[in-house]
Ligand binder design. Structure first.
Ligand code: C2E
Ligand code: MG
Ligand code: MG
Ligand code: MG
Length: 286
């Protein structure tokens, strides 16, 4: 009997919707096994101080190597993980891997980790962060958690409470993708942010769009008034960097400065193979 025949208890929707819903369910069930099957990987993108041009840290960015689909973007699978109740184990895996990685560096650069709004409102998120820091041995002040405004709105009071606890550990908090979503100045005022990250869309539009430039200036002014350092995402050209220099932005991140890449410690280890020296000592394992 054909599906959708009169009398049969089915919903009527577009076949394309049906297909994409099925594809999401399939991805969710594949994602369930991604950690055990070693399909997840973190890439690291450099962040730089604009004055002096020195490296300030790295942002950890999650990648999923799907066995048949190949590389799946976090833009696609993070929402699926959130919906399927998988973001907590995945998020904790990310946190632990990133801390382990930073622990291997022979410098004290910061590692920035993206936190989902679902993680942020867990009653025990501060304990989870504490536990991972203790287990990996990373100094709390080397960790920065990036959260978006959108992730705060589901439960603002709980988010604020948790952020205060996390900050009390010495961990820094960055507001990610500022200027998109629910940009409210009230959030900036009432949340204890250590950094504002201007969403990349503004710099990417700034070449042709004077309004985008004006918004960048306004956010920099806001940061200055509130005494919160500002990082601009999406620096793709020398021109973008020039703009940030002339406007007095503190930090920058983007393809012009470095794409997300393999773990800095792995690159160092590979480059030291020729000399036979290991500058990092024994590798730490989870
Ligand atoms: P995000 O946290 O805002 O990360 C910045 C994104 O911009 C990254 O995309 C990065 O590769 C990209 N990007 C960096 N520089 C440039 C540039 O110059 N030009 C352009 N066009 N893009 C640039 P990616 O890695 O695809 O990640 C997308 C989003 O997925 C992230 O946005 C973040 O919201 C989310 N995400 C990634 N990893 C994680 C994770 O471990 N946990 C959670 N909860 N979310 C994650
Ligand atoms: Mg981020
Ligand atoms: Mg961002
Ligand atoms: Mg983003």
């Amino acid at each position: 009997r054909a599906k959708g025949q009169i009398g049969e208890n089915v919903c009527f929707y577009e076949p394309s919707m049906d297909e994409s819903a099925r594809a999401r369910r399939k991805l969710a069930s594949d994602l369930r096994q991604a950690i055990e099957r070693n399909e997840l990987e973190l890439l690291y993108q450099p962040q730089c101080f604009i004055e002096g041009g020195k490296l300030s840290g790295y942002e950890a960015l999650l990648r999923w190597h799907h066995p048949t689909r190949g590389l799946v973007s976090p833009v696609e699978f993070i929402p699926i993980a959130e919906e399927a109740g998988l973001i907590l184990p995945i998020g904790e895996w990310v946190l632990r891997q990133a801390c382990l990685e930073a622990r291997r560096w022979d410098n004290d650069l910061r590692i920035a980790v993206n936190l989902s709004g679902i993680q942020l409102v867990q009653p025990d998120i501060a304990q989870t962060v504490t536990r991972v820091l203790l287990e990996t041995g990373l100094t709390p002040r080397r960790l920065e958690l990036e959260i978006t405004e959108t992730s705060i709105i589901s439960d603002k009071a709980r988010a604020l409470h948790n952020l205060r606890q996390i900050k009390a550990l010495g961990v820094a908090i960055a507001m990610d993708d500022f200027g998109t979503g629910y940009s409210s100045l009230d959030t900036l005022q009432s949340f204890p942010f250590d950094k504002i990250k201007i969403d990349k869309s503004f710099l990417l539009q700034s070449d042709s769009n004077a309004q985008a430039q004006a918004i960048i200036r306004a956010v920099l002014g806001l940061g200055q008034s509130l005494q919160i350092p500002v990082l601009a995402e999406g620096v793709e050209t020398a021109g973008h960097l020039d703009l940030l220099v002339s406007e007095g932005c503190h930090e920058a991140q983007g393809y012009f400065l470095g794409r997300p890449g393999h773990a800095p410690s792995r690159l160092l280890a590979e480059s030291s193979l020729s000399t036979g020296e290991s500058p990092h000592g024994p590798l730490i394992t989870a």
